[in-house]
Each structure stands twice: as C-alpha cells, then as structure tokens.
Design a protein around this ligand. Structure first.
Ligand code: AMP
Length: 219
C-alpha cells in the first residue's frame, strides 16, 4: 500500500497518517519528523535545513528529494509506506514520479485533506507533540490524560517553535503559493481523493478508510 497525503500545515496529516500506518502496518514517512530528528542530532542535513524550518520556509528541493529517495529504499518500505509532507513542490512531485517509476511503485491513493482556515489555525496553535515518540495531541481536541505528558511514553509534550503565530503565517503562505499547486497536479488521477478534514480525527479516518476501500485496499 503506497499513499501520498496532501494538505495544509495543521490540517491533521500527521494524526491521520499515524492511524493509517498502524491499520495497514506500513511506515509513516513524515519529512518534517525526519528533518526535526536530523536537526536535533545536528547532522549535515539537519544543519542545512534548520534555518529554513525555523523561518517556516521550504527546505531546498535537492535536499528533500535525496532524503526521501534514501528513505524509501530502506527495508521497511518494501511493502509500502505513507508519505506525509512530501511532495510539497511540483519539482518534488516530478522527482517522486521518477523514483516510483524506477521502483515499479503504483500509488494506491493520494489523499488531499481539506479544512477551513479557522480550524487549521486552531489546530496549529493547540498542537502539542511528544518529545520522545512524536505522538500528537491537542490541548482541547485530543488532550493527554495528564497535562503535558504523553499517554504512550510519559515523556514531555512541547509546542513546536514553528507552530508559533508568526511562523504559522509564513507556513500557510508557503502552502498557498507553492504546495497548493500540487492539487491540480494530482487531481485528475483516479487515485485522488478529497477528505473533509473539518471533522474529528476518527471521523476523518473513517472517511479515509472508505476511500481506501474504493481504491481496492480496505485491509
Ligand atoms: P511539517 O512537520 O510537515 O509541518 O514540516 C516542518 C518543516 O519542515 C516545514 O515547514 C519545512 O521547513 C520542512 N519540510 C518538511 N517537508 C518538506 C518538504 N517536502 N519540502 C521542503 N521542506 C519541508
């Protein structure tokens, strides 16, 4: 099962991707998570990416394409994966097509998560993430059982620096000017589905499962 997840920052891609990855037993490839891990470990890629990320800008395509190419060649991706946060530009989408052609990968579903601007801002400002395992919470909608503590591993929850107000504005602008173009790039494909992301995570997930069923992969 190979899935591409599209949508604005804060729309709920990470939350839904984790649910899909668990249900279909495939790895969740979040380019944002991979980059943050590289930044924390101060790797060469992390050092190159940090300033772009801190400012809500896109990391250059060449770095991203190399990174994703390397990751999808890893053993755990043999039976499939869900891509979250990639592609984000037409150039990345074209490069992804070449990678898929080379590896004989057919995309089962391209899911475009759509929500109103108010919901996106509310989700981004309330989002909290586990420092250790990456689990995603929301202070109102998906609160942890104990304040600021992860239900799964009890580590500390934090607010991403780029979820703060000024950077959020920039990220939404970058989405509008660069990433949104991917919708017209992909929407004519049979495997393209639009998901109403104004709903709660489990309702969104139910809609996704219905569409994946239509794609012939109800698992
Ligand atoms: P995310 O966690 O998906 O919101 O990504 C966080 C940040 O990582 C973005 O604001 C970008 O700076 C960077 N990033 C993640 N994925 C990509 C990508 N495909 N292309 C360029 N930059 C990316």
């Amino acid at each position: 099962m190979h899935i591409i997840l599209l949508g604005a920052p804060g729309v709920g891609k990470g939350t839904v991707a984790k649910m899909i990855a668990e249900k279909f037993d495939i790895p969740h490839l979040s380019t944002g998570d991979i980059l943050r891990d590289n930044v924390n470990k101060k790797t060469y890629v992390g050092n190159q990416a940090k300033e772009y990320m801190d400012n809500g800008k896109l990391v250059p395509d060449d770095i991203m394409i190399q990174m994703v190419k390397g990751r999808v060649l890893e053993e755990d991706c043999k039976t499939g994966f869900i891509l979250d946060g990639f592609p984000r530009t037409i150039r990345q989408a074209e490069a992804l097509k070449l990678i898929f052609d080379e590896l004989n990968i057919v995309v089962d579903a391209i899911l475009n998560l759509k929500a109103s601007q108010e919901i996106i801002i509310e989700r981004l400002s309330g989002r909290r993430t586990c420092k250790n395992c990456g689990a995603i919470y929301h202070i109102k909608n998906i609160p942890p059982k104990v304040e600021d503590k992860c239900d799964k591993c009890a580590d500390r929850l934090y607010q991403r620096d780029d979820d703060k107000k000024d950077i959020v504005k920039e990220r939404l602008m970058v989405y509008k000017t660069q990433t949104k173009k991917l919708i017209s790039y992909y929407e004519k494909q049979d495997s393209f589905y639009e998901i109403n992301a104004n709903k709660k995570a489990d309702e969104m997930f139910a809609e996704v499962c219905k569409d994946l069923g239509k794609a012939g992969k109800s698992g």
